[in-house]
Design a protein around this ligand. Structure first.
Ligand code: CP3
Length: 371
């Protein structure tokens, strides 16, 4: 009897939907379109660069106080409706036994890329707890943002709405392609060679990644993440047939196991216009759209039973204000006041983006995003 009362209720992790961001993910009514930005904490922001002067990217990720500070500063500076935890997609490689580093100007580099079944067999899946620094950072962000926002102040909200806290993980294909290629890639030759191999390598790699990613997502949800975003940044390199044959089942398993933790899942990829109807089959609550597909066309191809996130071209943020405003309004118009639209970019903010333009977009969404 006592045992049962001490157990967490099965629905204790279900978000209270106290933020318009989470409500939009669930396609519940909101007072206005919520807004946040992919890569909202990053090198375009002077506050981030000031921290980066003294700490490497990995130091920031692995120090909960600093990761939380960077996350909070970006969300408050911009006045957005959600904060994505500052971390990196590749962090799970370390406890899996795969060393990597960020080489300045080149992005991530894996020194001994995965190319054989033996290497995959050697990957560890039992050390996800070593990633708990991300959960500690989320706890700090939650503690900061859990109170409703006051009507005044740096991150004010007239409705007293709470900020949504987003945790994230990589999708199996995107993480596998980094492990195999060893860096970003143009043609994904090595990744696809391993994917097409018939020796059991690919299913084993998918299975190991899922094991680690589910444990890592569970830590983030337990720490207070309201939503988990799954980044499949390189899925657009796949044909629909290859996506369906090699990636749909593992990604579906991942999405469904993360949803079983009690949170909505946003599934995002780039260059995915032709993949969207298949990506929908994963069961994700929200699909992220890149800017190459008009939002209404992308949403139509998924069906309006799912929420969508997107999809301003991030480079529009370099345009004169009238051009930028027209494009922002175009995205809102394409969403047609339907419930379940989260305004975002079609991919991350790039270095050099004028911060004031990003802030201005938030102001326009607050002004014109009324539903
Ligand atoms: O504000 C946020 O969005 C949270 C922070 C965040 C980072 N990485 C920090 C980071 C997020 C969400 C990521 C995810 C990530 N990491 C992705 C998926 C997102 C996407 O763009 O599709 C990918 C592919 C990675 C792997 C990765 N990390 C790459 C390819 C690079 C180099 C890219 C570049 O712009 O040079 C990184 C480095 C990285 N991760 C930076 C940041 C802020 C920039 C480098 C730095 O600060 O030194």
């Amino acid at each position: 009897m006592q045992e049962t009362t001490q157990q967490a209720a099965p629905n204790s992790l279900v978000p209270t939907a106290s933020s318009r961001f989470v409500r939009a993910c669930l396609r519940q009514p909101v007072d206005r379109t919520p807004v946040w930005f992919l890569r909202q904490a990053g090198r375009y922001m002077p506050e981030y660069m000031a921290v980066r002067k003294h700490h490497s990217l990995l130091d920031i990720c692995r120090t909960p106080e600093i990761a939380a500070e960077v996350t909070i500063t970006a969300a408050e500076r911009l006045g957005v409706d959600a904060a994505i935890i500052f971390a990196d997609l590749l962090l799970p490689f370390t406890p899996m036994g795969l060393d990597f580093e960020f080489v300045n100007g080149e992005g991530p580099v894996v020194h001994q890329p995965i190319r054989t079944l033996e290497q995959i067999q050697a990957l560890r899946t039992d050390r996800a707890d070593e990633l708990s620094y991300v959960a500690r950072a989320i706890e700090k962000v939650v503690a900061h943002f859990k109170a409703p926002r006051s009507p005044e102040g740096p991150n004010s909200d007239p409705a007293g709405d709470q900020l949504g806290i987003i945790g994230f993980i990589g999708a199996p294909f995107t993480l596998a392609s980094y492990m195999i290629e060893g860096s970003g890639s143009r043609n994904y030759i090595e990744a696809k060679k391993l994917m097409y191999s018939q020796d059991g390598s690919w299913p084993l790699l998918m299975e190991k990644l899922i094991t680690v990613l589910v444990a890592y997502a569970a830590q983030q949800v337990e720490a207070g993440a309201d939503v988990i975003q799954i980044f499949d940044s390189w899925a657009g390199a796949l044909s629909v047939s290859d996506y369906r044959q090699y990636c749909l089942a593992p990604t579906t398993e991942l999405v469904q196991r993360v949803q079983a933790l009690g949170v909505p899942v946003i599934y995002f990829g780039v260059d995915t216009a032709s993949l969207l109807p298949t990506m929908k089959e994963t069961g994700a609550d929200v699909l992220g759209l890149d800017w190459r597909v008009p939002l209404d066309v992308g949403w139509q191809s998924i069906g309006h039973t799912r929420a969508v996130q997107g999809n301003l071209d991030p480079i529009t943020l370099f345009a004169p204000q009238d051009v930028l405003k027209a494009r922002v309004l175009e995205v809102l118009k394409a969403a047609d006041k339907r419930t379940g639209h989260i305004f975002n970019l079609g991919h991350g903010i790039v270095p050099g983006t004028p911060v004031d333009n990003v802030i201005q977009v938030v102001k326009w969404i607050k002004e014109y995003g009324n539903l």
